[in-house]
Design a protein around this ligand. Sequence first.
Ligand code: SAH
Length: 233
Amino acid sequence: LDQNFLIDSGVLEREVRYSEIDEQDTVLEIGPGLGFLTERLARAAKKVIAIERDKRLEPVLKGELSSFSNVEFIFADCIDIEWPKFDAVVSNIPYSISAPFTFKLLDYSFESATICYQKEFAEKMVTEPGYPNYGRLSVMTQYYFEPEILEVVPKSAFWPQPKVDSAVVDLNPREGMERDKKFDDFVRELFRYSSKNVRNAVQIAFKKDIEDNRKVDTLGIPEIKELYKKCFG
Ligand code: SAH
């Protein structure tokens, strides 16, 4: 079930601080586990809604947090259900759902997201065109958010200790950014051919003829937007 619990209280406290939540905010937490982060969120926020897949944790969580009246648990797979309204999301997520969780975030509007990811995944989100780990995830994340790695968290901060290091990422929604599902589809199709040149990729993916010898994975967001307009504008 991807259960590695963050036990370093310094990191837990900094996550709450980075998120800048206050007593006005409803906070969503994915995968509360044993409730270490949940408790700190409950102290800082108006309300915490925590979605946990493992029903076995219900007695532990409800016991640990029994003194807080502002915590609500939903026992379900967070990918399968609709999320209630929230102002901020703060979570040490299970890494197996990193991609579906991040794409699901795009369906909601909120003020801030402070998420602990596997370090390599976090690096993919913030990387620049031309680097080997640049791809669809980088484009989508940077199109909708201003992602920033706030700190690297060593594996020793978790119990049981995982094989990989982690990183806390801030995903700030870009001001005034509207969801554009057509653009999302365009990026997904285009990056199926990320190592080809644009001319070939666009020919295969969209049956369009555009003379362009740049490689797809060297295009930054402004260039991708321009190409989108050329194809469908
Ligand atoms: N946030 C906790 C636990 C991290 S471990 C901490 O910081 O210590 C990840 C947690 O996510 C586990 O409790 C696991 O049961 C839960 N989980 C795994 N897949 C999930 C899913 N699809 N939806 C909701 N919770 C999930």
